[in-house]
Ligand binder design. Sequence first.
Ligand code: FMN
Length: 184
Amino acid sequence: MRIIVGISGASGVIYGIRTIEVLRELNVETHLIVTGSAVKIARAECDLDREDITKMADKCYDVEDLTAPISSGSFLHDGMVIIPCSMKTLSGIATGYADNLLLRAADVCLKERRKLILVPRETPLNMIHIRNMLTLAEAGAIILPAMPAFYGRPKSVDELINYVVGRVLDQLGISHSLYRRWKA
Ligand SMILES: Cc1cc2nc3c(=O)[nH]c(=O)nc-3n(C[C@H](O)[C@H](O)[C@H](O)COP(=O)(O)O)c2cc1C
């Protein structure tokens, strides 16, 4: 399997980092784009630098490199996830304003009818955010907010992170044991 992972500048870049880590453990080929804002937030939230993140991916692209293979519909893959997805990146995809590689790769997913999973992280949401999410859902994207559940009685932050990453993998059709499924 081959998945494109985007990490944009929202709080919770750890969700994206964990996604790359898990996909690597599961032998899934990863193509990674990390925005400049995501790098700054990774430093602030996790004490991690760009290289700490990119070394876990099979291939990493410069977010400004619109000539990269993933900017074309001819690049075949099994889905793309942007985790976390900032409101700025969300709005760029919703309006088709593909002026960087992350936005272009997502735009291509929608036009090629490939799976696009967006993991927004913002609160509270204004009407613009909500309208952009509606537009994207109508265009075929899956909106999967970073909202961990508590029915598994999580005991650590890692378990909360694994829950969200596990739900992303569920959407990609990748089996895993990252969280305990609800059983009455
Ligand atoms: C510490 C920090 C936390 C942020 N958290 C969020 C967030 O949770 N959601 C969001 O939409 N933007 C957040 N932002 C703002 C974005 O980083 C900013 O809009 C940026 O332009 C996003 O660019 P990108 O999508 O290209 O990464 C945060 C910024 C900083 C510095």
